[in-house]
Design a protein around this ligand. Structure first.
Ligand SMILES: Cc1ncc(COP(=O)(O)O)c(C=O)c1O
Length: 446
């Protein structure tokens, strides 16, 4: 068969055409890690090896994989309505899902703008914040404040307010007029804390320094992850988010919680805002809303923000923003079935109940070779490993490869940190299994 024919392209060893995201492509193609199907807590490789999912995909399959009610809802929707224009037209499930998402959000956040990913959700939230100030006659409020080590996806908005250097350094000047709060992590003060560390609330006061430098009249919004996930699980210090809220209120800044990871049960509540008793002005979400099955994201905004736009002639568009696939019918159907499943199985409460079991198991890794710190909150854990000399990131990368090939578990790595974030259906036995596998992996890469 000549190379490049349809048949040869279909065989699994033709790996060249696909440029994988956030993946070392050459190493991957030399030794691919392929997943062919999944069910509940497990993936299966093309040769049917079961692999435990220690990370809920990319922190998204909160209800577990290929759950029957979600699969059925997607199937039925595809047969009934594949697509309806998102601009000037809509379909019933878009409204239904918006109401259901708003009902899960803190009181007062009651309008939902849909998009297709966390990155788009962040861009949407930042644009709404800028436009909100503008239409209220405060158009000079343009400065956006993010945080060092923050991750807000890969759009230009998200990498500008984000604080992970590798995601920023190759892409030019990014958005101008962006400042960053300091990261909330300090190993000397916080190592091996379970849950929210005691030290660090004062770091929110740095926002006052930024206000003193630029003046509030030039500042639009602050965006943070309530728990910084992608950088390696940094739970917020006790009182930190409350302090940010107070300072934002004092200076008229909008507070945006990027809950793309923390939304839909990861920290034992529908949103982290509820766990921390802090109500932001905008919440971004994605991932868990459909349990990772169909791409979807969105921004939930306060009524006062939505209402500020609802003026002018009624035939004129109020916000010039949106995506062809905003509130896509398949995503809405998947979202509704997912939210039903979360409710029927009480999965957010389940995560809350399992949190101490999870935390004890995670802290059991303390003392293993090269383990410098362990952090956990909700059903998440970050484990910092000592870097190999002159090879930053190599030990954790080796751990991820070893874990998949030899321990049959998927773990995530960022730098030399391992991250674990299982589906919320994980059993206590499986929690034990996850940490046994990770412990053996850590020893194997010593
Ligand atoms: C907090 C946060 N915001 C935004 C994103 C980007 O989401 P996506 O990859 O769906 O664009 C992520 C992804 O992990 C995230 O963790």
């Amino acid at each position: 068969m000549p190379s490049g024919s349809a048949t040869s392209a279909a065989v699994p060893n033709d790996l060249e055409s696909y440029w994988l995201p956030f993946t070392p492509n050459r190493a991957f193609k030399a030794a691919p890690r392929l997943i062919a199907r999944a069910k509940d807590m497990h993936y299966y490789t093309p040769d049917s090896r079961a692999v435990l999912d220690g990370t809920a995909g990319l922190w998204c399959t909160n209800a577990g994989h290929n759950r029957d009610p979600i699969v059925a809802a997607i199937r039925a929707q595809a047969a009934e309505l594949d697509y309806a224009p998102a601009f000037q037209f809509s379909h019933p499930k878009a409204f239904e899902l918006a109401s259901r998402v708003a009902a899960l959000a803190p009181a007062g956040l009651d309008h939902v703008f849909f998009c297709n990913s966390g990155s788009e959700a962040v861009d949407t939230a930042l644009k709404i914040a800028l436009a909100y100030h503008n239409i209220r006659g405060e158009g000079a409020r343009t400065r956006l404040i993010g945080r060092e080590r923050g991750y807000h996806g890969v759009g230009f908005g998200g990498i500008s307010v984000g604080g992970i250097v590798g995601n920023r350094k190759l892409f030019g000047s990014l958005l101008t007029g962006v400042d960053h709060l300091p990261a909330t992590y300090n190993r000397a003060e916080q190592a091996f804390s379970k849950g929210e560390p005691d030290w660090g609330a004062h770091l929110a006061d740095d926002l006052e320094r930024i206000v003193a430098l630029h003046d509030a009249s030039s500042m639009a919004a602050v965006i943070v992850e309530p728990m910084a996930g992608s950088t390696g699980v940094l739970p917020p210090p006790k009182g930190y988010l409350q302090r940010l809220r107070t300072i934002c209120d004092k200076h008229g800044l909008l507070l945006i919680f990027d809950e793309v990871i923390t939304g839909f049960g990861r920290l034992g509540h529908a949103f982290a805002a509820e766990r921390y008793g802090v109500t932001p002005d905008i919440i971004t979400f994605a991932k868990g809303v459909t349990s990772g099955t169909v791409p979807m994201g969105g921004a939930i905004v306060k009524k006062s923000i939505y209402d500020a736009f609802m003026r002018g002639p009624e035939h004129v568009i109020e916000l010039f923003h949106g995506y062809t696939y905003s509130a896509h019918p398949l995503a809405c159907a998947a979202g509704l079935a997912t939210l039903d499943l979360y409710r029927e199985e009480d999965l957010f409460a389940r995560a809350r109940k399992l949190e101490p079991v999870w935390a004890n198991a995670a802290m059991g890794l303390k003392g293993l070779p090269n383990v410098l710190d362990i952090r956990c909150v909700g059903l998440t854990a970050g484990i910092d490993l000592a870097a190999r000399p002159d090879a930053a990131g190599r030990r954790a990368y080796d751990a991820m490869v070893h874990a998949f090939n030899n321990e049959s578990i998927v773990i995530r790595v960022t730098g030399d940190t391992l991250a674990l974030t299982p589906p919320l259906i994980v059993s206590e036995n499986q929690i034990g299994e996850i940490f046994d596998k990770v412990a053996r992996t850590i020893r194997a890469v010593a």
